[in-house]
Ligand binder design. Structure first.
Ligand code: ADP
Ligand code: MG
Length: 337
């Protein structure tokens, strides 16, 4: 059996099964956006790690080194945001081709630091790489004990909310890959920026936790259907989505119209938006709306959690598709390609 036969998530399950049990106070291990360790009565330590590989996550000629540094840090900070935690320190490991210009690394570091907004780089590792650039980042965060936002904490009847853009990143990638041919220059710049320079929703995550508005969140890194699917599977529940409630930017609407494609496919199955998806019980919705207005944060309801397993998507009251399928899997065929 090959890795491609079981796919990314099958492989993670297999690794998980061999990891064995431990008596260490790990409250959340493999399976959420970050792991959570008990360290005392007040705080929990929240840790996440993500890797970027040249040719898989980025094309060296298609991304500015500043944006690459920014994105490497931002995608990790996004997992910390999805737990409702605050980042405390970061680690950076690099595998680099020896002929790489050091100026590129300087610019990469400027982007990395900018994304962290003061989070201290506290260590890492530097090695040579014969086949392109490897970037591995770890971020350690802190959260008040017992209150992190978990994937397995959704309840039936809760509404599903989205904070941040959806689909723009995949649309930007379609331009970079030459799949979207008819492109307005300003729209292309906007969408490619969304792809190369994602903004982690740290403030939203913190507010959800601190105001006690939500117990359940995930960041949308592999497409809405797949990531909402993780919440549904972990919580042993299902979801209904109203397609027309998903906000789309004007550039993605124009790009889709000009190229005669459905922009919602980018929103449902495209990856790398790094928005936050969270669930809210009916009695907390008023508080959420008040907080969003006060903090000037955009988040919208797009559906609800239901007892029946699976995700059903409705457009103007008619069921149009069922998910999750076709999100990003590192070892299976890719929808964007
Ligand atoms: P995310 O998209 O939030 O970064 P992933 O989908 O990459 O999460 O991973 C799902 C879960 O599996 C996470 O909890 C992650 O830490 C864990 N995981 C992924 N790869 C490995 C591995 N090689 N060993 C142990 N855990 C892993
Ligand atoms: Mg995540």
């Amino acid at each position: 059996m090959k890795v491609r036969d079981i796919g990314e998530f099958g492989l993670i399950e297999r690794i998980h099964a061999r990891a064995g049990r431990s008596s260490y106070p790990v409250v959340i291990g493999i399976g959420d956006d970050a792991s959570v360790l008990d360290v005392g009565p007040r705080n929990q330590v929240v840790t996440t790690t993500d890797m970027l590989v040249e040719g898989v996550h980025f094309l060296r000629e298609a991304i500015d080194p500043f944006d690459l540094g920014f994105k490497s840090h931002a995608v990790n900070l996004s997992d910390i945001a999805a737990m409702g935690a605050a980042p405390a320190q970061s680690f950076l490991s690099l595998g680099l081709p020896p002929d790489m210009d050091v100026q590129i690394i300087d610019t990469f570091m400027d982007g990395f630091v900018e994304a962290g907004k003061g989070v201290p780089l506290s260590g890492g590792d530097t090695v040579s790489s014969p086949e392109g650039w490897l970037i591995s980042v770890t971020v350690i965060g802190l959260a008040p004990a017992g209150r992190v936002l978990r994937r397995d904490a959704a309840e039936p009847g809760e509404s599903i909310w989205l904070c941040g853009p959806l689909g723009d990143s995949a649309a930007g990638l379609s331009i970079l890959l030459g799949q979207s041919k008819k492109v307005d220059d300003a729209d292309a710049a906007f969408l490619i920026k969304r792809h190369n320079h994602p903004l982690p929703q740290l403030r939203m995550g913190r507010i959800l936790l601190e105001a006690g508005i939500s117990n359940c969140a995930i960041d949308v890194s592999d497409g809405l259907l797949q990531d909402l699917g993780h919440i549904c599977e972990s919580s042993h529940l299902g979801a209904e989505l109203q397609l027309e409630s998903i906000p789309l930017s004007d550039p993605i609407r124009r790009l889709a119209a000009d190229n005669e494609v459905d922009p919602y496919q980018w929103a449902l199955r495209g990856g790398e938006d790094y928005s936050i998806l969270f669930t809210v019980s009916p009695d907390k919705e008023k508080k959420l709306r008040t907080v969003l207005e006060k903090e000037k944060i955009d988040a919208v309801p797009i559906g609800k959690i239901v007892p029946e397993a699976g995700i059903r998507v409705y457009r103007d009251g008619t069921e149009v598709e069922t998910g999750p399928d076709g999100g990003y899997d590192h070892f299976r065929s890719h929808p964007e390609e």
